[in-house]
Design a protein around this ligand. Structure first.
Ligand SMILES: Nc1ncnc2c1ncn2[C@@H]1O[C@H](COP(=O)(O)OP(=O)(O)O)[C@@H](O)[C@H]1O
Ligand SMILES: [Mg+2]
Length: 301
C-alpha cells in the first residue's frame, strides 16, 4: 500500500436483497487520478457496488470510505460526482437550472455551469426542460451535473447507455481529460473495448465477486489465445482438423482461426495452402479475456 490516501476504499463488502446475494465480499481501492472500469455481466453486482459507494445504500457487512469519510455524510458526498441511470430529474427544471443547481450544491459558483454545458455540447439545450430531452441528452445532463462540482472522484454507472458512437467517443475523451487533471474515476460499463482505452485498471465483477483487478493489457496477456486471419482456399472442415485449432469463423472472404499455438498452426497452414495471403496474427482483445474469465466461473459453478 502506498502512502497516498485512497480516494475510494471498499473492504469486505457483502450485500443481499432478500435471498439474492448481490455482493459477496468485495475489496476495491481507487487512488487519486486513477480510472477504474468496473466490468461484468448483468446482475454481477455493479450497480449495487455503486449505490453503496455513493451512500445510497447502507452496507450490511464491510465498509466504504471516500477520502476516509462515510459516503452517507453530506460533506463526503460533496467530493463525489455521480451519474446513475436510475436517478430521476425534476421535470420542471431546465438543463441550465439543473447544472447550475448542481454547481451551487457542490460549493461552486453558478457560472461554473457554462463551460461544462459547452464541453458536453449542451449549450443549445440549456433552456430546455428534461421531458423534452432524448435519452442520450439526459445522459449528458447527468454527466454535466457530475462534472460541474470538480469532484475528487467521479462515479458513473453505465454512462454510455443510449449514446451513439460519436457521443460515446466524445464521452471517453472527456473522461480522459478529467483523469489527466487528477480526477479519479470509477465507471461501470458493458462496453469492454472502449473502457480499456481509458482505464488504468479493469475490475471484473461476476456474481458479487471480483474475478480480476489488473491493467487491461495484463488481463489480455493472461489469455493465451491468438487469432490467425488469412485468405485461403481451404474449407471449414479442413481448417478445423489442423493442429491446436480452437475455432474457425468466416468473415467476408477471410477466415479467422482461434489458436493457442500460432507458430505450429502457421507452419501447417503455409505448407498446405501455398496461395494463402493476407496473413495476420493478433492477440485476443479485452472482451475475449473478460468473457473467458466469466465463462470459467460458470464452468466452476
Ligand atoms: N432492489 C433490488 N431488489 C432485489 N434484488 C435486486 C435489487 N437490485 C439488484 N438486485 C439483484 O442483485 C443482483 C445484482 O444486481 P445489480 O447490482 O443491479 O447488478 P449489475 O448492475 O451488475 O447488473 C442481481 O441478481 C439483481 O437481480
Ligand atoms: Mg447495473
Amino acid at each position: 500500500m502506498g502512502t497516498t490516501q485512497a480516494v475510494l476504499t471498499v473492504e469486505g463488502l457483502r450485500h443481499r436483497y432478500g435471498e439474492t446475494v448481490a455482493l459477496d465480499g468485495v475489496d476495491l481501492r481507487v487512488d487519486p487520478g486513477e480510472c477504474v472500469a468496473l466490468l461484468g455481466p448483468n446482475g454481477a453486482g455493479k450497480s449495487t457496488l455503486v449505490a453503496l459507494a455513493v451512500g445510497l445504500l447502507v452496507p450490511q457487512h464491510g465498509t466504504v470510505r471516500i477520502l476516509g469519510g462515510d459516503p452517507r455524510r453530506a460533506a463526503t458526498r460533496r467530493r463525489l460526482g455521480v451519474a446513475q441511470q436510475t436517478l430521476g430529474f425534476p421535470n420542471t427544471l431546465t438543463v441550465n437550472e439543473l447544472v447550475t443547481g448542481a454547481a451551487v450544491r457542490g460549493g461552486r459558483r453558478p457560472a461554473a455551469a457554462g463551460p461544462i454545458l459547452a464541453e458536453l455540447g449542451l449549450t443549445d439545450l440549456a433552456p430546455r426542460r428534461v421531458p423534452k430531452l432524448s435519452g442520450g441528452q439526459k445522459q449528458r445532463v447527468q454527466l454535466a451535473m457530475a462534472l460541474v462540482t470538480e469532484p475528487d472522484l467521479l462515479i458513473l454507472d453505465e454512462p454510455t447507455v443510449g449514446l451513439d458512437t460519436m457521443a460515446r467517443r466524445h464521452f471517453w475523451q472527456i473522461l480522459a481529460r478529467r483523469r489527466a487533471q487528477g480526477t479519479a474515476v470509477l465507471v461501470t460499463t458493458h462496453l469492454i473495448e472502449e473502457s480499456a482505452a481509458v482505464a488504468d485498471r479493469v475490475v471484473v465483477l461476476d456474481r458479487g465477486r471480483i474475478l480480476a483487478d489488473a491493467p487491461p493489457q495484463e488481463l489480455v496477456s493472461r489469455l493465451p489465445d491468438r487469432t490467425v486471419t488469412a485468405r485461403t482456399g481451404m474449407d471449414q472442415a479442413e481448417l478445423e482438423r489442423l493442429p491446436d485449432v480452437l475455432s474457425v469463423r468466416h468473415e467476408h472472404d477471410l477466415v479467422k482461426i482461434q489458436t493457442r499455438s500460432p507458430e505450429d498452426l502457421l507452419r501447417v497452414l503455409l505448407d498446405r495452402d501455398p496461395a494463402l495471403s493476407e496473413l495476420r496474427v493478433q492477440d485476443a482483445g479485452l472482451e475475449e479475456a473478460v468473457v473467458a474469465l466469466t465463462a470459467g466461473e460458470e464452468m466452476a459453478a
